[in-house]
Design a binder for this molecule. Structure first.
Ligand code: PLP
Length: 377
């Protein structure tokens, strides 16, 4: 199997699986709220995981709130901002390339009286001035992703948020950093974000766990009431196994982020060169993007047909964003990919487990697809 769909999900690391299993067995399966020894052990496991994630993000453990994933983190950030600062300020500024986990809550709020402004890239790239110019005194939230999940473009979040916070200190800033975390440096202080969303399964932990960073001093109302877990912010018995696994994966990845980046950058450069040198193939991702996410197109070969052809050869890729489930995406074109290639786009997303041999195999299979499906010699 050649797995090139790491932006959709990643394979859990053995250390993450072990941590999850450990938290479900022997004397480690307790409820962190229990007052006896088993509860204390479980509570310590959660605390270690929280500290690990906080340390990777450069914040304090108290600023990390576990969620069921980035969708919940994004929804909590957007609705939370609307319920706090949004009581007085009714404008939300976001981008036209956000994941649905941000775009949909914003759309919901637009139906509830909020004015939602979607800033788009200009000539294929986001301009700091455009994001800043969209914000005014009436803005409760600016939500801007760091790395786009379809093409890997890196958005100028830190610069935009710095200017926005200087001009409008009350406006909340939120960054969906799902495709950047543990791949590029993501530090809460440098990002100038009040809130940051993270997802476990994009960083080799299991699905169903994520986190929302909320800067100390920023008050976001709780959306979940009950037993008062997560310091009252998100009630519900903690998923200790998933939290432990998230912490273990982040701990392991923290050790060699630079090395992994160099390896994946070399793979991305190789893919770009090989694709651009091949007849009928186009490399779509913008310059200076995250090497982990690459968008390519094969002229005349519809994404889904090609995806299944590759699948038969044991190569797994995506036709764009996994979450768009076959819906046509405007995002590659917004970042400058030719419109005529929209139907022919594939996303090749790497992890550090991928090798040059995987690219050789992909290129061979793409050539075979052209030969078989297009009858190209
Ligand atoms: N944000 C981005 C940029 C994503 O790529 C994804 C997943 O594809 C999400 C949010 C949703 O994350 P989760 O699957 O953890 O809910």
């Amino acid at each position: 199997m050649i797995y090139l769909d790491n932006a959709a999900t990643t394979k859990p690391l053995p250390s993450a699986v072990d941590a999850a299993v450990n938290a479900m067995t022997e004397e480690h399966f307790g409820n962190p709220s229990s007052l006896h020894k088993l509860g204390l052990t479980a509570s310590q496991t959660v605390s270690v995981a929280r500290k690990t994630i906080a340390s990777a993000l450069g914040c304090t453990a108290e600023e990390i709130f576990f969620t069921s994933g980035a969708t919940e983190a994004d929804n909590t950030a957007v609705f939370g901002a609307a319920m706090s600062v949004g009581k007085r300020k009714k404008r939300i500024v976001t981008t036209s390339v956000e994941h649905p986990a941000v775009a949909e809550p914003c759309r919901q709020l637009s139906q509830r009286g909020f004015e939602v402004v979607n800033v788009s890239p200009r000539d294929g790239a986001f301009q700091v001035e455009d994001i800043v110019a969209a914000v005014n005194e009436d803005t409760c939230l600016v939500s801007c992703m760091l790395v786009n999940n379809e093409v890997g473009a890196v958005l100028p979040v830190a610069e935009a948020f710095l200017k926005i916070k200087r001009m409008y200190p009350d406006t909340l800033t939120h960054c969906d950093a799902v495709q950047a975390f543990m791949k590029l440096p993501v530090l809460s202080k440098k990002l100038n974000a009040d809130m940051i969303s993270l997802s476990g399964h994009k960083v080799h932990a299991p699905k169903g766990i994520g986190a929302l960073y909320i800067k100390k001093g920023v008050h976001i109302p709780s959306l979940m009431f009950g037993g008062g877990q997560e310091r009252g912010f998100r009630s519900g018995t903690e998923s200790v196994p998933l939290m432990a696994a998230f912490g273990a994966a982040v701990s392991e990845l923290s050790e060699n982020m630079d090395k992994r980046y160099v390896h994946v950058k070399a793979l991305s450069d190789l893919l770009k060169d090989r694709v651009n040198a091949a007849e009928g193939l186009v490399y779509n991702s913008p310059e200076n993007g995250s090497p982990y996410v690459n968008s390519i197109a094969a002229e005349g070969l519809r994404s889904e047909v090609l995806l299944h052809f590759l699948e038969q050869q044991g190569i797994y890729v995506s036709s764009g964003s996994a979450c768009s489930k076959g819906k046509k995406s405007s995002i590659p074109a917004q970042f400058g990919a030719p419109e005529r290639l929209t139907d022919f786009t594939l996303r090749i997303s790497f992890s550090s487990d991928n090798t040059e041999a995987d690219i050789d195999e992909l290129m061979r299979a793409l050539k075979e697809a052209q030969h078989t499906l297009l009858k190209v010699k």
